[in-house]
Design a binder for this molecule. Structure first.
Ligand code: NAD
Length: 350
């Protein structure tokens, strides 16, 4: 990292237990008069609470957000927003709901306030996605970056241990790849190391005692830091592989990240000494890749792609797709090595 460019993304973060009460102030600060609250059907109760907190500044609730932002969902939300005269979006939920708000911001330029309830980190990135006919198109645009993010750890108390574990490892993966990204800088490296440290300490406690408020706060802080790293850098083999697996086989997002992470770490870290050193410090270990695998098994996450329903026969076409478009990675990816990595990830053998 002897030379770098650091191009900071604007971020306004309101963090802390009980900070949901500050969401109306954030909406007001942006000058919004009629914000539409977005959620998935499962998070409707939270969305109603947020709408109540917004009072006159709420245009209502749209509760049909879905994973991977189908274009039809964005169309429906946009239509409701136009009908109700919405002048902004308040996304309450995980990456699926925040993804919907970002797609809407991309289309109409209206500002987004995010209230995340998982550890996925989408609220910290300018990356948007929209899915049509089974293909997810993604891009980067600063217009989609939420103008304010309200992180209230109390909202994560209901996140089930299994979702917390996979979602947390999804966040850790952002930091791992940021540490060896071509555009890493000292600021991002420091955030990534601290994010991994926070999550690695918090996740085992959260899985054992989901109601532990201190662990929930540490986990969400780690998720913020890791999400910010994702937003600021170019991801490598791990994110490419998960994107291809998710897109071609319709796999669950966070679980796929949890399974793949130790395998890519074992492959890449020998070629990325400063990333490996940062992870050894964060994980208090001599072998970061083994520690990541150990963390996954301690958290009880699925260990093999076959546990997610991937067939062994699917692996060659996954490798084909991964090798089709070049992307940045600290270690060159050859077909035999990629096939070996995929096979080990499929079997769940580290
Ligand atoms: P999600 O939003 O679908 O939430 C996962 C599950 O957790 C859902 O069933 C949801 O109802 C439930 N849930 C959420 N919060 C809860 C809570 N507090 N209590 C109980 N249940 C709760 O998934 P996710 O893992 O947050 O995000 C995955 C999506 O986000 C994927 O589509 C992925 O591509 C996208 N993503 C995008 C970016 C980006 O930068 N654009 C970054 C990370 C993830």
């Amino acid at each position: 990292m002897s030379s770098f460019i650091y191009d900071a993304l604007p971020m306004r973060v309101v963090f802390g237990s009980g900070s949901l009460a500050r969401v109306a102030g954030e909406v007001e600060r942006l000058g919004l008069k009629r914000a539409l609250v977005l959620s998935t059907p499962a998070r409707r109760e939270l969305a109603d609470r947020v709408a109540m907190l917004l009072g006159d500044r709420s245009a209502g609730v749209f509760d049909q957000a879905r994973m991977h932002v189908p274009v039809t969902t964005a169309d429906a939300a946009q239509a409701v927003g136009e009908e109700l005269g919405a002048d902004g979006w308040v996304a309450t939920g995980g990456g699926s709901t925040i993804g919907l708000a970002k797609a809407l911001a991309l289309r109409g330029g209206l500002p987004v306030v995010a209230v995340p309830t998982t550890y996925a980190g989408s609220e910290m990135t300018p990356i948007w996605g929209l899915t049509q006919d089974g293909r997810k198109q993604t891009g980067r645009d600063r217009a989609v970056l939420p103008r304010a993010v309200v992180y209230d750890p109390d909202l994560t108390l209901t996140l089930p241990p299994s979702v917390s574990a996979t979602s947390g490892l999804n966040a850790v993966a952002h930091a791992v790849e940021a540490l060896y990204a071509p555009d890493v800088s000292p600021v991002i490296a420091a955030m990534a190391e601290q994010g991994v440290r926070d999550l690695a300490a918090a996740l085992p406690v959260i899985v054992e005692r989901p109601g532990d408020a201190a662990a929930r706060a540490a986990g969400l802080q780690g998720a913020w830091l890791c999400g910010a790293c994702l937003g600021a850098t170019t991801m490598g083999l791990h994110h490419k592989l998960c994107h291809v697996l998710g897109g071609m086989l319709d796999l669950p997002h966070a679980e796929t990240h949890a399974v793949v992470l130790p395998h890519v770490a074992a492959y890449n870290l020998p070629a990325a000494p400063s990333a490996a050193a940062a992870l050894r410090r964060a994980l208090a270990t001599d072998d970061a890749a083994a520690a990541l695998a150990g963390l996954g098994s301690r958290l009880g996450v699925p260990t093999g792609l076959r546990d997610l329903g991937v067939g062994e026969a699917d692996l060659p076409r996954i490798a084909d797709e991964v090798l089709t478009h070049p992307y940045s990675n600290p270690r060159p990816v050859t077909r035999p090595e990629l096939e070996a990595l995929l096979h080990a990830a499929w079997e769940g053998r580290t």
